[in-house]
Each structure stands twice: as structure tokens, then as C-alpha cells.
Design a protein around this ligand. Structure first.
Ligand code: ADP
Length: 414
């Protein structure tokens, strides 16, 4: 590349120009990194391409099949915005087809230029750089109203803009693909949820019928059954009872999606209600449950009750044989949230399982040791999702567990 000779004062203003162009380029790189649509990119490139070099005009040209589409321009006079030309008949097409910059000091002396298209414009000289090194997808042009010999630095800066634009265009493509995938996943999640809801809802009725029929059978045959027959009936009733519990839990899991309206909820009252409802389990296990000061939160009262019900009943249930459960519920304020804890002195959870227990049907113990369906914590996680919260567990096996959950702190409960 031929660099023009400069006098000392010219060199000074030239290096000032170069530094300020580089600073502007860094700003443009940042702007482009935030672009989410082709329109965003086009608008950024249109203005940057001209201001970076101080040219009289700039265009942003997109490759559209075998045509060049002049998508945007910023110039002292009209150029070709909105028009299309065959790739083989314009200089932006040449730059894209050859993956090379075109630097032309006098456009009327260059056979690659369709002079008729340029006569109505102010353009006398230009630089056109391709966007993307292999298989270019666009081009950026700079134009001057005089016969301007573009310097190596001007071309380099324009090419740097083109390279950044190429990364931004690829990001937009990836972003769009990601967006599409998220949409598809949300849809299939929704479909699965509807299916789970419909299936568990429809299963309830035949299950109730089976249970009633077995109970009727047991009553009618009372006194005539031997010990083996009674055992079979007991197993059948226990099995259907478990199935009913599972179906109800699945229904509750699918239901979390359809949350009610958010309202101020006094969590300490909710915790008291839950403990009252767990009276039997508390009495049978000899548990003590302590509730610290809990704040009001914004949420769906029914779901928050379900959350505490699951965590407190687990804390009571998973205790070591012969050890009375000790459960304490507390809250502390953090930056933008309230952090709650439900702590127990139970059997604990190995570190490797402390994350996966929140998955659907994940259980660490046998049914005979601790009855359950493996849905409770999955429901808790979903409830926190709809409340923009989080849940996690900490535990020392053999000593106890703490289930933490965080809910947003609003003006109401700050
Ligand atoms: P379920 O209680 O019906 O088995 P959950 O989804 O509530 O299902 O819990 C999943 C699993 O996480 C439990 O089966 C148990 O292995 C473990 N777990 C949950 N809470 C506790 C706790 N407080 N202490 C020890 N293990 C727990």
C-alpha cells in the first residue's frame, strides 16, 4: 500500500486523526457487540463507516443471492439506497466475489466501475471492503467527492470495521437461532406440562373407582377372608394409595405454571398454618419446630404454602431412627432478596446429590425407609421460578440439612 508523504504539521494532524479514529473504532466495536438485529448493525455501520475515515459518503451493502443490496447510506448527496445490482456489475459485488478491498482513486479510469450509475452522484473516488474474509456476505463502501488517494490506514480502519461487522452479523444469526430454540423449548415444555396435567387429572377418577371397589370388596367379604387374602387387599390398597399420592403431586407440579395473582403474603402466618397441618407427623416423630421472624413477601399465597409444606414435611420426615427431628425456619435480608432457611438435624444428603434432588422423581432412599414420590422438591423449584427466586441445599450427611431459598425483596418488605 502506498502511504502518502506528509510534512511535520501534516503528520501531527494525521496522527491525531488516526488516534481519534482508533478511539471511535473501539466505541463502534462495543456498540456492535450489543446489536441484536441486522437493522441495529446496519444503522451502526452506516454512521461509523463515514465518521471513521471522514469520507464524503458511506454505504452498507448486503449480498442477496446474486445481487448487491444497497441497504443503507450516509453521504453528502444521494447514492443508491434501496437499490439492487447484479454482483458482477458493481464494485461492492467485485469486493465480495474476490474477497478483497477495492481502492480506486479515479472511478472513471477503472473498468470495474459502471460509470453510468455513478454519473448522477458526487463520487470521484472510493474504497470498498468485503465483510467476512471467506465467502463475504456484505461490503462497506467509502466515497469521496474529489480524487482521493485512500491511505493504508484508512483502508485498514475500514477493514477493521468490516471484520467487526462480520462478527456482529454472525452473533445476530446465533442469537436468532438461540431465540428460536428457546421458543421451541418453551412450547414443548408447555405441551408436556399440559400433557402431565391432563394425564394426572384423568387418572384420578379411575383410581378413585379402584380404591372404592377394593374397599367395598373388603367390607363385603369381611370375616370370610383368610390372612393371605387380607394381606393382598392391604397391598392393593397401599399401592393405589401411593399411586393416588403420586398423581396428586404430579397434578400439583403441572399446576404451578398457572399461578394466581401475586399479593402480599405473611410468611410467618403461612409457616404456622403449615405446622398446624403437620400436627400428626410432628406428634408421631416427637419433632420440635421453631419459627423465627419471617417477613412479608410478594407472591401466590397458595404456592408459598405448598413450598413451606414440602420443605418442613421433608425436614420432619428424613430423620434418623430414634432421633427426634429438630427443625428451625428463619429469614435474613440480603442485597435485593430475603434468604430463608429450613434447617433440620436429619439424615443429611451427600454432596454429589445436593443439586439433583430438585429434579423430578429424584429420590435417594427406598420407599420402605422413607415413603415419597420424589416430586416435592421439583415443585419447590418451580414455585421459586415463578417467584423469580432460587432454591439450594447444604448438608452434612448424618448431621442434618439446610434448605435455602431466596425471594425478591420489594419496597413492601425492604
Ligand atoms: P420425596 O420427599 O417425596 O421423596 P422430594 O422431591 O421432596 O421427594 O425430595 C427428593 C429427595 O431429596 C428425597 O427423596 C430425599 O432423598 C432427599 N431429601 C429431601 N429433603 C431432605 C431432607 N430434609 N433431608 C434429607 N434428605 C432430603
Amino acid at each position: 500500500m502506498n502511504l502518502p508523504q506528509h510534512s511535520a504539521s501534516q503528520s501531527k494532524s494525521y496522527s491525531d486523526w488516526y488516534v481519534s479514529s482508533m478511539e471511535r473504532l473501539v466505541g463502534v466495536v462495543q456498540e456492535l457487540s450489543h446489536a441484536r438485529t441486522i437493522e441495529d448493525i446496519t444503522a451502526i455501520v452506516r454512521d461509523a463507516a463515514r465518521s471513521l475515515t471522514g469520507a464524503d459518503g458511506a454505504t452498507f451493502v448486503l449480498k442477496d443471492g446474486d445481487q448487491c443490496y444497497y441497504a443503507e447510506e450516509n453521504a453528502i448527496g444521494p447514492l443508491w439506497k434501496g437499490r439492487r445490482f447484479p454482483l458482477t456489475r458493481c464494485i461492492s459485488g467485485w469486493a465480495m466475489l474476490n474477497a478483497k478491498a477495492a481502492v480506486i482513486e479515479d472511478i472513471y479510469q477503472d473498468a470495474r466501475i459502471p460509470a453510468d450509475a455513478y454519473r448522477p452522484t458526487f463520487v470521484k473516488s472510493l474504497v470498498m471492503v468485503p465483510v467476512r474474509k471467506s465467502a463475504p456476505i456484505a461490503a462497506i463502501g467509502n466515497y469521496w467527492a474529489t480524487n482521493h488517494e485512500a491511505t493504508g490506514e484508512e483502508v485498514a480502519i475500514l477493514q477493521a470495521l468490516a471484520d467487526t461487522t462480520s462478527v456482529a452479523l454472525e452473533n445476530v444469526e446465533l442469537y436468532n437461532q438461540l431465540h428460536k430454540k428457546i421458543g421451541e423449548l418453551e412450547q414443548s415444555n408447555y405441551d408436556l406440562n399440559c400433557f402431565a396435567w391432563a394425564a394426572s387429572h384423568d387418572l384420578q377418577e379411575p383410581l378413585r373407582t379402584i380404591m372404592t371397589q377394593i374397599e367395598l370388596l373388603e367390607r363385603d367379604l369381611h370375616g370370610t377372608l383368610d390372612e393371605r387374602d387380607s394381606r393382598y387387599i392391604k397391598f392393593a390398597l397401599e399401592g393405589t394409595g401411593r399411586l393416588q399420592h403420586l398423581v396428586q403431586n404430579l397434578l400439583a407440579h403441572a399446576h404451578v405454571e398457572q399461578r394466581g395473582s401475586f399479593q402480599p403474603v405473611a410468611l410467618s402466618q403461612v409457616a404456622k398454618d403449615v405446622i398446624q397441618g403437620l400436627g400428626n407427623a410432628i406428634q408421631e416423630s416427637g419433632a420440635t419446630v421453631q419459627i423465627g421472624a419471617l417477613p412479608w413477601v410478594e407472591g401466590d399465597a397458595h404456592l408459598l404454602e405448598c413450598l413451606l409444606q414440602n420443605l418442613i414435611s421433608n425436614a420432619i420426615k428424613f430423620h434418623a431412627r430414634g432421633v427426634a427431628p429438630r427443625v428451625s425456619i428463619a429469614a435474613q435480608p440480603a442485597d435485593n432478596e430475603w434468604i430463608f432457611s429450613v434447617a433440620d438435624n436429619g439424615i443429611g444428603i451427600e454432596e454429589e446429590h445436593q443439586k439433583d434432588i430438585f429434579g423430578l422423581f429424584k429420590r435417594l432412599n427406598t420407599q420402605s425407609a422413607y415413603a415419597g414420590s420424589g416430586i416435592g422438591l421439583a415443585i419447590c423449584r418451580k414455585i421459586l421460578d415463578v417467584h423469580n427466586g432460587r432454591i439450594w441445599a447444604e448438608s452434612t450427611p448424618g448431621e442434618g440439612s439446610i434448605f435455602w431459598f431466596a425471594l425478591p425483596r420489594t419496597e413492601m418488605n425492604a
